[in-house]
Design a protein around this ligand. Structure first.
Ligand code: SF4
Length: 232
């Protein structure tokens, strides 16, 4: 089992600023919108699209009064635009009606908003309100499985969250997940991870397994020196 108390300091040294890669400018509503748009889309794309979207819909009231097709026109390049536009408008309406226009700092209330799952709820709680939570996105799921906290076949975000929550200290959870994203882009990519120069190799179950299953490939000279069996 990898040691989280060795992993966290290494990640902190690698990425001292564990910033969210979404540029949400300190507004919880904008973080919620960007979290929703990032489903099956890159953070870079979301960062590109959102300035124009937020110019047109500067707050939750503007989004609640917006037209789905027009909202969709701003976010089309993020994919699934109609579903996302409908859920953004729906979430804005709920926040206006139920929460006085303020994003609730409460997991259950967030999960009750259209389009908001645990990943977005935990992202908003952690970054906007300082409430701990594991953001089980694709990087987090992949890397922690490879490290050996659970089988690599496990892809269910809720199961991953429940396994990691008692392992990662509460006060570190948000930053840990942000660092996972940065680490997943630099070292532990989905394809061709850089195990050879990975700073976490000493803690990694995948790396250890690869070593123990290593099959020595003979040097060509060795192949040539293998004696030919004598005929009986
Ligand atoms: S050793 Fe390889 S699989 Fe393990 S964390 Fe590093 S890059 Fe990922």
């Amino acid at each position: 089992m990898p040691d989280i108390h060795r992993i966290i300091p290494i990640l902190k040294t690698l990425y001292p600023d564990a910033v969210c890669s979404l540029e949400w400018s300190g507004d919880p509503w904008k973080l919620l919108v960007m979290g929703r748009l990032s489903a099956q889309c890159t953070d870079e794309r979301v960062n590109l699209v959102c300035p124009a979207l937020f110019d047109r819909y500067p707050d939750v009231y503007a989004m609640a009064a917006g037209d789905v097709d027009e909202i969709g026109a701003y976010i089309r390049s993020c994919g699934l635009w109609r579903t996302k536009a409908e859920s953004l408008k729906g979430a804005a309406e709920c926040i206006v009606l139920r929460h006085g226009g303020k994003v609730p700092a409460d997991r259950e209330a967030l999960l009750a908003l259209p389009g908001v799952g645990r990943k977005i709820a935990n992202l908003v709680l952690g970054d906007a309100f300082g409430i701990p939570g594991i953001v089980a996105d694709t990087h987090c799921i992949r890397i922690n499985g490879r490290l050996g906290f659970y089988p690599t076949e496990m892809k269910d975000p809720l199961k991953v969250e429940k396994i990691l929550a008692p392992i990662v200290p509460a006060e570190e959870q948000s930053d840990y997940c942000h660092r996972m994203v940065l680490f997943g882009r630099e070292y532990c990519m989905a394809r061709n991870p850089r195990c050879g120069d990975c700073p976490l190799a000493g803690e990694c179950g995948t790396k250890a397994k690869a070593k123990s299953h290593h099959v020595a490939v003979p040097h060509p000279q060795q192949i040539n020196t293998v004696p030919t069996p004598k005929k009986p």
